[in-house]
Every structure is written in C-alpha cells, then in structure tokens.
Write a protein that binds this ligand. Structure first.
Ligand code: UDP
Length: 141
C-alpha cells in the first residue's frame, strides 16, 4: 500500500529577513511557502550578530553591498527554516522571485513583501550544496 506521506526528495533553506519579521509577515510568508507545496521541517526565530551574519554571507564579502547587508541582517530577528518539496531549490527560487523586487514576478513572495533589493523579505538557497551548508549553519548536522 502506498504511504499517504510520500518521502520528500529534496530540501532547501530559507530565512525570513528582519524587515519582514518586524512588520509581522512571518505568518503570511510561511503561508505562501506552504501554499506553494513546501513542508516546514525545521523552524527557528533567532537574532544574528553582525559576526554571524557576516559569516553566513561570506561568499559576498568582496561585493559592494556586503557591509550594508551584514548590518541589515543583524538589525533584528530573522526566521530560519528548512523546507521540503520535490525540486525544492529551483521551485523555491521561482516562488520567491527575483532578488530585486522591481523585477520580481507577480505572485512571488518578494513581489508581495520585499521593500528593496536589500530588504527583500526572504532568502532562498541557490543550490542543493548551499542548502545543506546553510541548513547546517542554523540547525547543525
Ligand atoms: N543584495 C543587496 N544588493 C545587491 C544584491 C544583493 O543588498 O545589489 C542583498 C539582498 O538582500 C540579496 C542578498 O544580498 O538577497 C544576497 O544576494 P544574491 O545575489 O545572492 O541574491 P539572492 O540569491 O538572495 O536572490
């Protein structure tokens, strides 16, 4: 007999960023994720120090926006989560929309909630490998 809960094949990692948490959009954003077919398998609200935020975004440390990004990401609590769905990484990037909300498609999380290219409401991993690294950063192995 088939299980009513089929094994998920894939995971991604997300954060709800400080501006969206501050403006009480945790529920709305998690709701869009669930409505998009993602299952929440880990969830944590936490404040990042500037040091931890800098570590998370270390791949961007040579980019001009890095210092501001670190300051922003440590400006208030975030919500970190691991999500499960088939084809999770790619499907989640589609659901959140373009980095710059001015270019985000209708119906995406960033179109609805992002305020700027920096304060863009949510993070989504860009590869299976990074999803694993980022999930471990918050939730351990
Ligand atoms: N970011 C920014 N200015 C830029 C590009 C990116 O402040 O010109 C911030 C933004 O919050 C973005 C994060 O840096 O989400 C990481 O950038 P990336 O290019 O990896 O975009 P993402 O994968 O988050 O869409």
């Amino acid at each position: 007999m088939n299980s009513p809960f089929p094994m998920a094949t894939n995971r991604t990692f997300t954060m709800i960023k400080p501006d969206a948490v501050q403006e009480n959009h945790i529920g709305g954003i998690l709701g869009m994720m669930e409505a998009g077919g993602f299952r929440v398998v880990e969830l944590q609200k936490i404040a990042l120090t500037a040091e931890r935020a800098g570590e998370f975004y270390a791949v961007h440390k040579e980019r001009p926006f890095y210092q501001d990004l670190v300051k922003y990401m440590s400006s208030g609590p975030i919500v970190a989560a691991v999500l499960e769905k088939d084809n999770a990484v790619a499907d989640f990037r589609t659901l959140i929309g373009a980095t710059n909300p001015a270019q985000a498609a209708e119906g995406t999380i960033r179109k609805k909630y992002a305020k700027s290219i920096e304060a863009n409401a949510v993070h989504g991993s860009d590869s299976d490998e990074n999803a694993q690294i980022e999930a471990d950063f918050f939730f351990g192995k």
